[in-house]
Design a binder for this molecule. Structure first.
Ligand SMILES: *Cc1c(COP(=O)(O)O)cnc(C)c1O
Length: 426
């Protein structure tokens, strides 16, 4: 980790050119890398030397950007993935296999819910979903002998639950399993989960990190804090020989880098969900202004939320930015400088009025995406969470009339003016 402050890390971390090299991070638009001798390349395949040989596993542009995200989170190792979905998939299957079990906080992104509730189940990994406000007693009861991880989102998309980091970290660690958190919404600018006991952080870099809605991508960052060897029987993939590399034992050979190294040389090798170097380059441009954009998103979101709260046609507004919100106090503790630019609200006219209001917006667009420079809205019950039944919707904290409003970094008065005319038309 560098000693720089966050703003400097956003601009400077990752790529440090040597004398005469490109000042700006170069795009290594190459699938492959050249070696002088056959033996040198052979040593790479044995993990005896570190180096690049094929971009399905690793690429220097990607690694520079991963190093910046690693520095921002305060971790020891990181990797980029082709999407946030790939990051959350790899984060689990790097340590769990058929016959294993995970505990997942129920208030999470719809795509992650599908992945953990349905797709990894087909691979033999069962997930138990627990309420974010689950009592410690009920949380304890969710653990099984084969539990390998606890997963949550620092601020859930779209229900905006602020995670009780310490409760879940403490429970996970008392059962000898790591706590994995998706930190997409607050970004490391507003929240650094490793400071609250989280072991592994994931990101959909598609959102604020890219910030311009140009590239789908993901990242996994390891704090290096979880002691795999202390629970070696649970994590043989990290602590027992890997025959596909002549019996290498990741924790012995790579120490605190074991988790990310295994995910790179084994999962990326076999499943190949690498981010393209071109996308990593764009992601890096986004990261260079993350510290400027995120506070403005939060400031604008708060102004829009305050406006909506006082509007006669609005039934409710949800954002931990507002005093009186059930997660306001917790947000003050874990992310005192701000939460995120996403807010939700519903209209007194219910589901139909919410949809009609959205249809009347002029500048603010209806898009699936969230968390980029441009203000946008989405109706989860009709869009992202369409596949969920009413019970699942409620468990995920999504009301049928809920509009997810991703407040951008335009002038707040222009955003509010657009909302005002759309509400007038309902
Ligand atoms: C969007 C999102 C994901 C999925 O990321 P993709 O980059 O779209 O694959 C995961 N988690 C959260 C919190 C998200 O908002």
């Amino acid at each position: 980790m560098s000693d720089f402050k966050m703003e400097t890390k956003c601009v400077q971390s990752g790529w440090t050119p040597k004398n005469g090299e490109s000042r700006v991070l170069p795009i290594y638009q190459s699938t492959t890398f050249k070696y002088d001798t056959s033996d040198q390349m052979g040593r790479l395949f044995d993990l005896e030397d570190s180096g690049y040989f094929y971009t399905r596993l690793q690429n220097p542009t990607n690694d520079a950007v991963a190093a910046k995200i690693c520095d921002l989170e305060g971790g020891v190792a990181a990797m980029l993935t082709s999407s946030g979905q790939a990051a959350n998939f790899y984060a689990i299957i790097n340590i769990a296999e058929a016959g294993d079990h995970i505990i997942c906080v129920s208030a999470i992104y719809g795509g992650t819910y599908n992945l953990y509730a349905h797709t990894i189940k087909k691979l033999g990994i069962e997930a138990t979903f627990v309420d974010p406000e689950v009592s410690r007693e009920d949380l304890e009861a969710a653990f099984q002998d084969n539990t390998k991880a606890v997963f949550g989102e620092s601020i859930s998309n779209p229900s905006l639950v602020v995670l009780d980091f310490e409760k879940f970290a403490d429970a996970a660690h008392s059962h000898g399993v790591p706590f994995i958190v998706d930190n997409t919404f607050p970004t490391p600018i507003n929240c650094r989960p490793f400071e609250w006991g989280v072991d592994i952080v994931t990101h959909s870099t598609t959102k604020y990190m890219d910030g311009h809605a140009t590239c789908v991508g993901g990242a996994i960052v390891d704090s290096g804090n979880f002691d795999w060897d202390a629970h070696a029987d649970k994590y043989p993939g990290l602590t027992a020989p890997d025959e596909t590399y002549h019996g290498v034992v990741y924790t012995q050979k790579f120490g605190k880098g074991a988790y990310i190294t295994k995910a790179t040389v084994q999962l990326m090798r076999d499943l190949g969900s690498i981010q393209s170097p071109q996308n990593a380059f764009y992601l890096n441009l986004g990261l260079e202004t993350l510290h400027l954009r995120v506070p403005r998103h939060c400031e604008n979101a708060k102004k829009v939320a305050q406006y909506l709260q006082n509007h006669e046609k609005v039934a409710w507004v949800n954002t931990p930015e507002l005093e009186g919100n059930e997660y306001y106090e917790r947000a003050q503790k874990y992310m005192p400088n701000g939460t995120c630019g996403v807010i939700t609200f519903g209209l007194k006219g219910g589901r139909d009025a919410s949809v009609r209001m959205m249809d009347n917006l002029k500048m603010v667009a209806i898009v699936t995406h969230v968390a980029d420079a441009r203000s946008c809205v989405l109706h989860p019950a009709s869009h992202t969470h369409r596949q969920m039944n009413d019970q699942e919707l409620l468990e995920a904290g999504v009301k049928p009339d809920l509009i997810r409003f991703s407040v951008g970094i335009e002038n707040a008065e222009d955003i509010i003016a657009d909302v005002e005319q759309a509400l007038a038309a309902v």
